[in-house]
Design a protein around this ligand. Structure first.
Ligand code: IPM
Ligand code: MG
Length: 379
């Protein structure tokens, strides 16, 4: 097997997942032909598709395909309105996506947000607030923090108080935000190293004025930052970070965040890039023997209201494929070829509904397939 042969598990999932996955695979196949590498792509069900096929959101056979692959190209899972009787622990978000992140120790989530010049008109900010451009990499810790700390919901019956008085009963939900210094160190290294390839600035996000793990976060990030003399480090409270993103987004290069903070701020940042439909992501494990296992997915979710209508934007999924070529397969040229083609496709005026600006004379509205075809043809 040549070193340019890679195995990919393609888990399209639910909602728009299968439609946008089809276009991403089309673009990968076109790139493969031109740039001389080979992908062995195995499709497997996950999410509601997994429940329908094998009774659970992450079927054993799907997990086996993932373990036998060099990377996972993921669509999206979860249909909030489907079957309310299904227990929350068995629903796709908690039973497929989070276990995959944990199983492969995918602690580093990279979400690159870029507002293309041609899409400046769909950015919700006025032009003067867009500054000299929006180009932000959100680095989100993905396997610790509030998502993964002990959680419970319990029925409480208060037993104290005077006799003969009715006891108070209520339910109590607990989520805990837990993070270790080691977990902060490894994600901080990812952020500083990414900043080296960019504009050399890291803004570390925390809530050190209130939360214990914010204090630890700030201490550890500062210590790691001292090893990167060439990178400017700034700390910011998360509430202020949310505000600064809309006031002056051009101040940010790399934003380093805890899991929940990164979840929230990356959606906010994505809106600045014009649409969630443009935002790819890479979730990476540790690199060993120069190989990095990763899961690559659009950040936008299943968008059930768009599903099956050929209107979803496939670009986030296509760009996720490019991130896979770069981070897991070390094929920078092929990744860059896809990214450049997407940018020129936008320049040429192709627009799915989410990025189509009313009154833009150059914009031509296209469907999911046409967008994928145009990119595949031009790559
Ligand atoms: C994301 C999504 C997921 C998350 C959901 C679907 C569990 O919002 O990848 O940002 O919260 O991590
Ligand atoms: Mg999210």
């Amino acid at each position: 097997m040549s070193s340019r042969h890679f195995k990919v598990a393609a888990l399209a999932g639910d909602g728009i997942g299968p439609e946008v996955m089809r276009e991403a695979i089309k673009v990968l196949r076109a790139t493969e032909k031109k740039l001389g590498f080979a992908l062995e792509i195995t499709e497997a069900p996950a999410g509601w598709a997994g429940i329908d096929a094998a009774g659970k959101a992450l079927p054993d056979a799907t997990l086996a395909v993932c373990k036998n692959s060099d990377a996972i190209l993921f669509g999206s899972v979860g249909l909030p309105d489907r079957d309310p009787t299904m227990a929350k622990e068995a629903r796709p978000e908690r039973a497929a996506l989070l276990p995959l992140r944990k199983e492969f120790d995918l602690f580093a989530n990279l979400r690159p947000v870029k507002l293309l010049k041609e899409l400046a008109g769909i950015c919700p900010l006025r032009p003067e607030r867009q500054g000299d451009g929006i180009d932000i990499l959100v680095v989100r810790e993905l396997t610790a923090g509030l998502y993964f700390g002990p959680k419970s919901t319990e029925e409480v019956v208060e037993s104290h108080g005077p006799p003969h008085q009715p006891r108070r009963r209520y339910r109590k939900a607990v989520d805990t935000m837990v993070i270790t210094s080691g977990e902060i160190e490894r994600i901080a290294h990812v952020a500083f190293q990414a900043a080296r390839q960019r504009r050399k600035k890291v803004t570390s996000i925390d809530k050190a004025n209130v939360l214990e793990n914010g204090v630890l976060w700030r201490e550890v990030v500062t210590a790691i930052g001292a090893q990167y003399a060439d990178i400017a480090l700034e700390h910011m409270f998360v509430d202020n970070g949310a505000m600064q993103l809309v006031l002056r987004p051009s101040q940010f290069d790399v934003m380093l965040c805890e899991n929940t903070f990164g979840d929230i701020l990356s959606d906010e940042a994505a809106a600045l890039g014009g649409s969630l439909g443009m935002l790819p992501s890479a979730s990476l494990g540790k690199t060993s023997a120069e190989k990095t296992f990763g899961l690559y997915e659009p950040a936008g979710g299943t968008a059930p209201d768009l599903a099956g209508k050929n209107i979803a934007n496939p670009i986030a999924q296509i760009l996720s494929g490019a991130l896979m070529l770069r981070h897991s397969f070390g094929m920078e040229a092929a990744a860059a070829a896809i990214e450049t083609t997407v940018a020129s496709d936008i320049r040429a005026g192709h627009r799915t509904g989410d990025i189509c600006e009313a009154g833009d004379p150059k914009a031509r509205k296209v469907g999911t397939h046409e967008m994928g075809d145009a990119i595949a043809l031009a790559v």
